[in-house]
Design a protein around this ligand. Structure first.
Ligand code: AGP
Length: 616
């Protein structure tokens, strides 16, 4: 939701800021804007639509040279995606420019107060009030933007990352954060602020995690961090373990295609170094004591969207391996329903970005109830792993396309590692059993590679059904969350009606959706796993086929029985039952990507969406 960049240094700020915005555009693309300080005054340019519109404007109406600047790419919350509502917002006296990510919940009250004092607001945003409040606070703060920011932040409710500049302090960018991401990039003679390290990784890999309710004063030579009370604050330095090329398309037309292709490596990286010298599974970032893990009587997974589907897959494996009951709950539902969690509950928050507000709030709720918490996350330095008791990183590298692909596979891997670790600590599996599953997991990069090598026919099938009014996905057991994931990908990318169902549920209602020509994608279980599941799936196919459905089956090599019941068969390699989602999801990603491309949609930046959803 909104990407934010700030820069102070020796380079041209505009270049650094715009290149940062390009890397953050996945966070929101309703409008973009920049502000620089030049010759003692603020210069602002902003434009509705994607960053390219702003770049055109900057070509027509160039900015003067400047070494201090901020920039914003927006996902609209308050007010439509117009030029007027684009950030930065500027105070009436033209002295303060502000950009914001998040939602200021008490903005209506603050707006009324400002209007009563005669301030004219020129946008519909919640952000604009901050510009005016800062401008009013500055004289009382001795014309110090940091002090003014501190005073204003104490009045704000909700979630916010704010960056502000003021030409009276031309070499300073001030940032503040509560519940929204902000990281510092440390350069030599220059420093950076951004929602995500991707914005500055081409200049530096040294970064600082900021904590909750902190303010940062950034100059070219210094980074000072304080809390909202003005006390020096603790920050955590970290090194970014990937380079700028990881956030480029690397020869692919789309980030999504690149990320699909990267899955074998992402899976391998997520598995690397997990077996210690003694042959036991080790999770270096696991900060929970074995005694606490032995005391766990229930696991609750909280997550949203694709991450929740990964949690659903994990439930099948973790219950099987540990015999601990696992609940999977949408994070947005969790905290508003009085869930039963306590010190013997392990709450696992799964999040690629580590910033999803619903997941963060659910995590905090779980912690407040005394639960042990663990984050499965891809983004080092993000809020969710910082606030959880323990973390297992997925090491998938940056995921830029809005539609999650490699995050899903690596979230499954990380959840499986947690399940096996629990089984190891609690003694519910023998060491050789755990090693055998680790061997299966270690085979997966090569199996996913095989899927990618043979996935081409999926594209032709996708194009054949590009005009279908609806596509249904059905699965059983671990194939059920895969069906949900296939449908989600299609909805978000191809903007078409798609639903995933548990195949056994069809006859309880959804079968009424079947009519002549409706494509039904069937995630076939292995006939070698539990044969009864395979037979039941064939029955479900018969039922929908009898009503006119066209069957596209995802089936393992050697499953010949499926051929007679399908119109198209997409083959995936033979893998153990619990590993099937890692191969059967990949053709569905390609299917959705190809269908969206055939329809002429922007695959990497689908309409109405943003990569990390930092509002509730
Ligand atoms: C899926 O393609 C989506 N991008 C979305 O469902 C995503 O998985 C969800 O918003 C959760 O994001 P997170 O993993 O960053 O928490």
């Amino acid at each position: 939701m909104c990407g934010i960049v700030g820069y102070v240094g020796e380079k041209q700020a505009l270049e650094v800021v715009v290149s940062g915005l390009r890397r953050l555009e996945y966070r929101g693309y309703d409008s973009a804007g920049v502000a620089v300080i030049a010759d003692g005054r603020l210069e602002v340019r902003k434009k509705a639509g994607k960053l390219v519109n702003l770049e055109t404007l900057l070509g027509e109406d160039p900015l003067p040279q400047s070494t201090t600047g901020i920039g914003h790419t927006r996902w609209a919350t308050h007010g439509g995606p117009t030029d007027r509502n684009a950030h930065p917002h500027v105070s009436e006296d033209q002295q303060v420019a502000v950009i914001h990510n998040g939602i200021i919940e008490n903005f209506a009250e603050l707006r009324d107060e400002l209007q009563a004092a005669g301030v004219h607001l020129s946008s519909e945003t919640d952000t604009e009030v901050v510009a005016h409040l800062l401008s009013k606070a500055i004289p009382a703060a001795g014309f110090d933007l940091v002090e003014a920011m501190r005073a204003v932040c104490r009045r704000l409710e909700g979630a916010f990352t704010l960056l502000a500049v003021d030409p009276r302090q031309p070499d300073l960018v001030v940032g503040a954060r509560r519940n929204s991401p902000l990281v510092v990039g440390l350069g030599k003679g220059e420093n950076f602020l951004a929602s995500d390290v991707a914005a500055f990784v081409e200049y530096t890999r040294d970064a600082l995690e900021l904590g909750q309710d902190q303010i940062v004063a950034l100059t070219s030579g210094e980074v000072v961090v304080i809390d909202f009370d003005g006390n020096p604050a603790e920050v955590r330095p970290f090194t970014i373990d990937w380079d700028a090329s990881a956030a480029e398309k690397g020869g692919h037309d789309l980030f999504m295609l690149k990320e699909i292709a990267e899955q074998p490596k992402a899976v391998a990286d997520s598995l690397r170094g997990r077996i210690g010298q003694d042959g036991h599974l080790q999770l270096d970032e696991m900060r929970l004591a074995d005694a606490d893990l032995r005391a766990v009587s229930k696991v609750v997974v909280i997550a949203c969207g694709t991450a929740a589907h990964a949690g659903m897959v994990a439930k099948y494996a973790v219950e099987h391996w540990t015999r601990i009951p696992v609940e999977v709950e949408l994070a947005s539902e969790f905290r508003y329903r009085d869930p039963i969690v306590g010190p013997d509950t392990l709450v696992i928050a799964i999040s690629q970005s580590g910033e999803t507000m619903d997941t963060l709030m659910a995590l905090r709720h779980a912690k407040a109830q005394g639960a042990r918490t663990l984050a499965i996350c891809n983004t080092v330095g993000s809020t969710i792993p910082r606030e959880a008791d323990a973390v297992v990183y997925t090491y998938a590298g940056p995921e830029i396309a809005v539609a999650s692909t490699k995050a899903f596979l690596t979230q499954i891997i990380a959840s499986y590692l947690v399940g096996l670790y629990l089984a190891q600590v609690r003694g519910t599996m023998f060491a050789d059993e755990i090693r055998a599953i680790m061997d299966d997991l270690n085979d997966m990069p090569q199996k996913v590679d095989l899927v990618l090598d043979t996935v081409e026919p999926v594209r032709a099938i996708a194009r054949e059904f590009a005009n279908a009014p609806s596509v249904l996905f059905i699965g059983r057991h671990v194939g059920f969350p895969v069906a949900l994931e296939g449908a989600l990908k299609l909805k978000e990318l191809a903007y078409m009606h798609a639903e995933g169902f548990a195949a056994g549920e069809l006859k309880h209602g959804p079968i009424a959706l079947i009519e002549d020509g409706v494509p039904v994608v069937v995630i076939m279980p292995s006939p070698r796993g539990r044969a009864v599941l395979h037979d039941k799936m064939i029955s479900a196919i018969q039922e929908v086929r009898a009503r006119g459905a066209v069957i596209i089956a995802i089936a393992e090599e050697g499953d010949e029985k499926i051929v007679a019941f399908s119109d198209h068969v997409i083959r995936v390699p033979i893998v153990p039952t619990l590993m099937q989602p890692l191969v059967s999801t990949v053709p569905l990603q390609v299917f959705a990507c190809e269908m969206a491309t055939a329809k002429g949609h922007d695959v990497d930046q689908p309409r109405n969406l943003a990569k990390s959803v930092t509002v509730e």
